[in-house]
Design a protein around this ligand. Sequence first.
Ligand SMILES: Cc1cc2nc3c(=O)[nH]c(=O)nc-3n(C[C@H](O)[C@H](O)[C@H](O)COP(=O)(O)OP(=O)(O)OC[C@H]3O[C@@H](n4cnc5c(N)ncnc54)[C@H](O)[C@@H]3O)c2cc1C
Ligand SMILES: Cc1cc2nc3c(=O)[nH]c(=O)nc-3n(C[C@H](O)[C@H](O)[C@H](O)COP(=O)(O)O)c2cc1C
Length: 783
Amino acid sequence: MKVAIIGGGPAGLYSAILLKKQRPEADITVYERNRADDTFGFGVVFSDATLDNFEKYDPPSYRRITQEFAYWDDIAVHFRGTVHRVGGNGFCGCSRRKLLLILQERARELGVRLIFETDIEDESRFADADLVVLADGINSRFRDKYATHFQPEVDLRSNMFAWMGSTRPLDAFTFIFQETEWGPFIAHAYQYEVGRSTWIFETDPETFKRAGLTGLNEKQSADRMAEIFGWFLEGHPLLTNRSMWRNFPMIRSQRWVKDNMVLLGDAKATAHFSIGSGTKLAMEDAIALADAMHRAPTVEAALTLYEQGRREEVEKTQHAADVSLVWFEHVDRFWDFDPVQFAFGVMTRAKAITYDNLTLRAPEFVGQVDRAFARHVRDRGFDVDVEKPLVPMFQPLRLREMTLANRAVVSPMCMYSADEGVPNDFHLVHYGSRALGGAGLIFTEMTCVGRDGRITPGCTGLWNDEQEQAWRRIVDFVHTNSAAKICLQLGHAGRKGATKLMWDGMDRPLEQGGWDVISASPIPYFPDSQVPREMDRAAMDKVKAEFVAAAKRGEACGFDMMELHCAHGYLLASFISPLTNQRTDDYGGSLANRLRYPLEIFDGLRSVWPSHKPMSVRISATDWAEGGITGDDAVAIARAFAEAGVDLVDVSTGQTVRDAQPVYGRMFQTPFSDQVRNEARVATMCVGNITTADQVNTILAAGRADLVALGRPHLVDPAFTMKAAAWYGAKDTFCPPQYQPGKEQSFRNSVRDRQDFEELKIKAKPKTRAELKAEATKPLAAE
Ligand SMILES: Cc1cc2nc3c(=O)[nH]c(=O)nc-3n(C[C@H](O)[C@H](O)[C@H](O)COP(=O)(O)OP(=O)(O)OC[C@H]3O[C@@H](n4cnc5c(N)ncnc54)[C@H](O)[C@@H]3O)c2cc1C
Ligand SMILES: Cc1cc2nc3c(=O)[nH]c(=O)nc-3n(C[C@H](O)[C@H](O)[C@H](O)COP(=O)(O)O)c2cc1C
């Protein structure tokens, strides 16, 4: 077998090593345009888990690599004169140059041919090769040459960054967030060998310009950085090596394989430096390729296997990198946070590290986070324990004069079980049992303001006395038997009306018994949906009057709070999104115009809703579609509602148009809540694939929302909150006297269960290499 590898970086060299081990008879050549020791950059970083992989696949190179490594366990966050350290992270740093020399040596030893100072311009010279590996890095010539086949996407990020080095020793992976007269600068720094550390500097484009960095040469810009971070560098110099400021390109390719050619490493996909995974991805690509070559009978089959098997893992890493880089791009949002909460945000930014996970590793740090959270709650007038505080989920919140005992919320969910809009025994049991289960706030499903405003024939409404009476029964039950508050969600279905019950075909038009639907513009939802009538002023006045009448009935029922549904493509959302609003009057065009009618309705509601009771608005913070609402629009929308008197923005996303492309995942809508809360400075509730109390605490402690709503988890577990209360020891969580013995038992058992769980987790966690090294170098105790 003949293999040609273009590029002698980590991906090219490691794939040469693994393939040669597998097929000693193969003729494998690596072509590299640079000289053998002519490498740019300073250090690279690997996690313990990545090193475990290297150990498994090639022990000799693993041993040489780890002999040269610097290990550390802690992450240190420097912010506004404070330092927070969190242990148990298990990272290693190594000089990029040494890593490449080790891999070159190992490849040569195995019989790989390494040809340096050879720039490959055309792969046709490898016509006789069975396999051509394109490991030619971030600016891959061959990816670009076959761009129509590989379909690469390059997302050039807004922040500027530069890679430098220093002799400053570091004993932790160090983040420094530095305020300057020009704006915030960030340093990501770590030691990679004795007397050498990597320093990546990052800043936003405006700060970059204000700091006069545009046009400076390497030396001048290093001097500017040394001025800014001089207090920390303690006289150590900053070193440069092609340390030019750039924008990071996030690269994704639709295809990785063409005939017998395969993209590996940065050529195929990049991962932002803030999660330190570029070299890891490159070397793990080489592992995946070697595995596929081992398992498949032909090169063609192996390349298909490689692409199919590897894609998910790469996309997961890229997703984590995306979330992380966005956090750094918007660091100014958190600049006024309490430093410990800020540090918690840094640690949990990419979702992999959570509140519970940190509690195990760094209980003192999480204790500080909890105390800071509780102090903030106490500053709002609550008499809470700040020395031994409850976890964030069980801290109270006040909106106007409504006090919530905890931050867990039952999200609004249509039950499609009403007849002529009247809630029945199903609804009483449904809402009642969730209130008994301990959630601080229960939302009703979207309750429609008129018969023609229903989504389906099973939706609840509030336009007549019978409905009012039925809702009053539910509200009374909640108030009499639980500590929960209950919020009425009012809405109008708009163009998504007259559709089937969820289990008969979500959003599909009714075949019989439908009614005429209205919207901002006459655009049907599905091509075969009813074409809605564009609302004229008379229709707008009529619907507004219906909203106001429903709000009055809501007050008569005794609801504690009211939400205006402006999300998910229903009537008011159809005014807000440019994809569904093509009006040419005062209600179409600019965002201010598109918001005019929803704000008019909000004003109408606010004027009849008692001033001591809060109101929220649910928005779709993105349409997940080209030309639709974006996170920045959501901030403007939230600001407009806040000015109109909204107390909380309930941040959902999408469901506006059929061809949306949502990016799902754990807590996938939380970044929008974060953006709205910390840019528009308004209280938010987040929702969407949040399934554990651990996630609830992570979101709240990081200041990404004020309340956390759970929908589907509550459908299977009405007592979600009570179980979490037992787990975290929130003893005062209300429990109806009838259920008290159950509460006592679960609180008692939880203490033991939690201890067992923590011990198991601690036992199961392998020692980090830093811990092992520290043990090995500890002096023996005197006899
Ligand atoms: C200064 C610096 C510091 C970094 N620090 C880290 C870190 O701490 N952690 C981390 O995980 N990642 C880090 N990275 C990123 C990391 O280096 C890359 O993600 C990783 O090297 C990707 O490996 P690769 O083999 O795909 O590409 P590269 O390492 O870029 O290798 C590609 C090679 O192909 C050669 N080449 C390109 N075109 C041709 C051609 N036509 N003919 C012949 N040869 C060609 C290039 O000269 C290059 O040597 C750093 C990058 C830089 C620049
Ligand atoms: C069965 C069902 C019905 C829903 N009905 C409504 C609704 O009436 N109003 C609303 O704003 N959202 C509604 N939603 C959306 C939820 O409130 C929530 O935003 C969504 O389910 C994501 O949260 P989750 O991942 O915790 O389920 C509904 C969701 C489900 C599963």
